[in-house]
Design a protein around this ligand. Structure first.
Ligand code: THU
Length: 134
């Protein structure tokens, strides 16, 4: 993978693999995310639920926090795998967290299902006028 190309099939495959690890005893709604860092590293996440529902962490945030913990703070794209029939898009909190690491909103977001539904956005499309402190 080069810096200029986004290998969407590889990123989708990584999101689907991460989705298998989703811990979802309450919703049974599995989500997997694969985040592409600028130099080509792929960092994955899945949703992790909790008996205190508000403590649940979405797949996208799990991926972002894992990436940051591993030293990555610049990203080009994220693939998000959900159940259908329509591809689920990142929740508002995840959009804001993604915006923290996409100052210009150029992050590419591909939402898809295993059955072939797909929707593609930039982060700026999903979260126009994101809150920023600077
Ligand atoms: N979920 C995500 O993982 N990402 C989103 O953007 C929306 C929702 C998870 C949270 C919870 O485990 C389940 O989906 C149902 O809301």
């Amino acid at each position: 993978m080069t810096i200029t190309d986004i290998d969407w099939p590889a990123l989708k495959a990584a999101a689907l693999e991460a989705r298998q690890n989703a811990y979802v005893p309450y919703s049974d709604y599995r989500v997997g995310a694969a985040l592409l860092a600028v130099y080509g590293t792929v960092i994955c996440g899945c949703n992790v639920e909790n008996a205190t529902y508000g403590a649940t962490c979405c797949a996208e945030r799990t991926a972002v926090f894992s990436a940051v913990a591993a030293g990555h703070t610049s990203f080009r794209a994220i693939a998000v795998a959900t159940a259908g029939p329509e591809a689920g898009t990142p929740c508002g909190i995840c959009r804001q967290v993604l915006a923290e690491f996409s100052a210009d909103g150029a992050l590419e977001v591909l939402c898809f299902t295993p059955d072939g539904a797909e929707a593609r956005f930039t982060l700026a499309e999903l979260l126009p006028h994101a809150f920023r402190l600077k």
